[in-house]
Design a binder for this molecule. Sequence first.
Ligand code: PGA
Length: 232
Amino acid sequence: MQFIIGNWKMNGTRKEKDTMTATISRKKTSARVILCLPFTLLSGENHGVLIGAQDISEHDNGAYTGDISGKMIAETGAKYVIVGHSERRSNHDETNKMIKTKAENAIKNKLIPIICIGETLAEHKSGATKAVITKMMKETLPISGKFIVAYEPRWAIGTGLTPTPEQTAQIINMIYEYLKKHNHGTTPIVYGGSINATNAKSFISIPHINGLLIGGASLKTKTFLPIIDSIS
Ligand code: PGA
């Protein structure tokens, strides 16, 4: 089964969510479509579409102004949560240690974390990708529980740039081997970064890829539906 995960980031109104979820619900697809929405849009009518959050607090409750706990997210009906997105790492200084705690917190609250890993452009250019990815996996992945790994090269997010399918295949294979070695051989691996209707198919056909994480192109039905179609 392939996952098609939309990440709306800080975009979207309730009306836009309603249009998108109603449209997806009418679509015949073998893909598991998940929409990761801003906290304010998590609750309410989903038309049966799976919903996820984009962040989770490291803590259970208490004096953490502005944070949202796993229990609160679960109470909205959301089933997934993105953790360690590149924009959280850059804009909020999230570290691997924090990301691991967030992933474990999600699992504790019966949410499935979508754990993002990826190298910067400088790391990519210097050939450090494999080392960086391995370190991130070592330091962020939970020992047990269900999760999804999202390989998102940080330089590919929102830039229109992507690694070649060959480069991607190498990294995905390395991630797959790592997971298998650590008793997570059935963990889904998705690719994210500048996916659109034109390139979706070439990424989805890479061995061991189980789906795509899509930012910009997930915001409008006109750009998102053709990506879902590329799976069916
Ligand atoms: P993008 O974003 O598809 O707009 O590059 C991907 C992401 O941030 O997950």
